[in-house]
Ligand binder design. Structure first.
Ligand SMILES: *[C@@H]1O[C@H](CO)[C@@H](O)[C@H](O)[C@H]1NC(C)=O
Ligand SMILES: *[C@@H]1O[C@H](CO)[C@@H](O)[C@H](O)[C@H]1NC(C)=O
Ligand SMILES: *[C@@H]1O[C@H](CO)[C@@H](O)[C@H](O)[C@H]1NC(C)=O
Ligand SMILES: *[C@@H]1O[C@H](CO)[C@@H](O)[C@H](O)[C@H]1NC(C)=O
Length: 223
C-alpha cells in the first residue's frame, strides 16, 4: 500500500521534469554531427548550458580550427554582443551564426559552414566565456568543446542509423504480430467463455427443473 502511494507520487514529478525539459526551452547539451558533405552546408553544433538556468548571464563564443595534419589551432570565428567576426581567410563569407538569437545570454554557440570543402576536415574547438550576474557579484566560467569533422564526397549513412532503422521495422512488425496473436487468443477465450456460460446456464436450468421436480417429489412424499 505504502509502495504504490510512493510510486504514484513519482508520476507528477516525472511529468514535471519531462515537461520542463520539453516545453520550457530548458537547455540540453546535444553533441554535434561529425560528418560533413563536400559542397553542402554543415552545422557545427556547440551548446553550453548554464549551470544555474535562472541566473542571468552573458557569454561570448569563439571557434578555433586545426586542419587535419596541422599542429596549431587557428582562431576562425568570434561572437560577442550579438555580432560575429570571421577571423580566418579560409572561412571568408562561409561562416554564419546558428546559435542563440537576439540575446547576450548565449547557450547555443553553433555556427554554420557554407560550401564545405575537403580542407575543412579537422578539429574544431568551441570556447564559451560566460559571466553569471548575481545580485552582488559576477562569476566568470568557461567551457571548451572539441568536434572532429570528417568531410566526405557523398552523404553516407552510419551503421548505427541503418541498424536502428532495421530494428524499427522489426519491432513494428513484431508488435503487429503480437497484437494479432493476442487478438486471436482473446477471441478464442471469449468464445470459450461464452460457450461455457451457455453450458452453465443450461446446466443451471436443468438443475432448477430437476430440483423443482425433487421438490415436487418431496411434496408428494410428504403428502
Ligand atoms: C544556420 O544558418 C544557415 C545560413 O545562414 C541557414 O541556412 C540555416 O537555416 C541556419 N540553421 C538554423 C538551424 O538556424
Ligand atoms: C557556394 O557554392 C555555390 C554553388 O557552388 C556558389 O554559387 C556560392 O557562391 C558559394 N558560396 C560561397 C560563399 O562560396
Ligand atoms: C585546399 O588546400 C590546398 C592546400 O592548402 C589548396 O591548394 C586548395 O586550393 C584548397 N582547396 C580549397 C577548396 O580551398
Ligand atoms: C577557464 O576557467 C578556468 C577555471 O575554471 C581558469 O583557470 C581558466 O584560466 C579559464 N580559461 C580562460 C581562457 O579564461
Amino acid at each position: 500500500m505504502k509502495m504504490s502511494a510512493l510510486r504514484l507520487l513519482w508520476v507528477p514529478v516525472l511529468l514535471c521534469v519531462t515537461h520542463a525539459w520539453l516545453c520550457h526551452g530548458a537547455c540540453v547539451e546535444v553533441d554535434s554531427d561529425m560528418e560533413a558533405v563536400k559542397g553542402k552546408g554543415f552545422k557545427l553544433g556547440c551548446i553550453s548550458c548554464k549551470m544555474r538556468g535562472e541566473v542571468p548571464a552573458s557569454a561570448t563564443v569563439d571557434w578555433w580550427f586545426r586542419a587535419k595534419g596541422e599542429s596549431e589551432f587557428a582562431h576562425i570565428y568570434s561572437y560577442a554582443d550579438m555580432t560575429s567576426y570571421i577571423m580566418d581567410d579560409r572561412f571568408d563569407d562561409r561562416l554564419a551564426w546558428n546559435g542563440s538569437k537576439k540575446t547576450d545570454d548565449v547557450q547555443d554557440g553553433s555556427i554554420f559552414i557554407l560550401n564545405v570543402t575537403f580542407n575543412d576536415t579537422g578539429t574544431y574547438r568551441c570556447f564559451f566565456d560566460r559571466t553569471l550576474v548575481f545580485p552582488n557579484y559576477e562569476y566568470r566560467t568557461n567551457a571548451t568543446k572539441f568536434i572532429n569533422i570528417n568531410v566526405v564526397g557523398k552523404a553516407t549513412r552510419g551503421m548505427a542509423s541503418i541498424f536502428s532503422e532495421i530494428m524499427m521495422y522489426v519491432s513494428i512488425i513484431g508488435l503487429q504480430l503480437w497484437l494479432v496473436v493476442e487478438m486471436v487468443y482473446c477471441y478464442r477465450k471469449i468464445a470459450a467463455a461464452g460457450e461455457e456460460a451457455l453450458r452453465e446456464s443450461e446446466a443451471a436450468y436443468l438443475a432448477i427443473t430437476s430440483e423443482s421436480k425433487d421438490n415436487c417429489a418431496g411434496v408428494a412424499v410428504a403428502e
